[in-house]
Design a protein around this ligand. Sequence first.
Ligand SMILES: Nc1ncnc2c1ncn2[C@@H]1O[C@H](COP(=O)(O)OP(=O)(O)OP(=O)(O)O)[C@@H](O)[C@H]1O
Ligand SMILES: [Mg+2]
Length: 299
Amino acid sequence: MKTNEEKNVQLEDKRESVTFGSDRNKDFSKEPMCLSGRGVTRVFHTGKTTTVAVDHVDFDFHKGELISIVGESGSGKTTLSKMLLGLLEPTEGEIFFKDKPRDISSGAKKKEYWQGIQAIFQDPFSSYNVFHKIDSVLLDCINMRGGKNLPKEKKYEMMAEACSFVNLKFAELTNKYPFELSGGQMQRLMIARIFLLKPDILLADEPTSMIDACSRATILDMLLNLRNETGMTVIFITHDIGLAYYISDSVYIMEHGKFVESGKPDEVMLHPKAAYTKRLISDVPKIHEPWDLSTVEFH
Ligand SMILES: Nc1ncnc2c1ncn2[C@@H]1O[C@H](COP(=O)(O)OP(=O)(O)OP(=O)(O)O)[C@@H](O)[C@H]1O
Ligand SMILES: [Mg+2]
């Protein structure tokens, strides 16, 4: 049995070996504020049941920071994501975008806000219009960024560049529909869209849940490269506290709609205070340990 101290050393070693992590000592609190919230709450009423899905959360996300929000199923992660994206209104509290109260009260203001924040969802199949071919999916992104009047050749060059950033060959995709791609290719196409849209904030809700471990590492690598290249803020939503430890600048641990703990990964994961964080962590190092077969009976 390993002591907690030994487990921590194991976690730290693992983190050091991850090449795509950011500069873990960078102090993001000195960077401009990108998105913040005070007392953000969402209550759902269905029949006689009232669910407080997100319960008075406070957060400060800075420019270029990679933030993970970690919690078990039903803890409120997707509800919070939808509020951050402006797809769902908080029932209480306020969200600030670049230090000003966020205003998405009209269609035009919403559109402007969505120039600044974009998302990659759990299910890539739901993210595309199935009747639009891939080149028009990418072309839309160029148009949205004000490139409508660029010469056709320039647009093709930009689309090809975005595809090659995610290791897709544009020439092989032009005439295809999104449903003709594999799950992994579809995820990569989503990242190619983000490459073209260059939002200030990218919100990724379990973006790697549909794909195998090998493609997962590639996708994460691409997301982190994108962050390093463009300086965008990335909000990463996950069940996986181990993954969050390796890739994040800050983590927020969510339980029953509340942030029970937040801070730098080394603080939160190596010196957890909340019982919930301790429980999430206690499950992680086991996967790196050899299986103990001594207690197994063979027949
Ligand atoms: N539209 C809705 N109406 C009523 N209740 C809802 C609605 N959306 C979410 N909830 C409830 O809010 C709580 C939080 O759900 P949410 O989808 O935000 O969790 P999650 O952390 O994203 O879970 P998962 O990891 O499974 O995706 C759950 O109890 C859920 O049943
Ligand atoms: Mg969810």
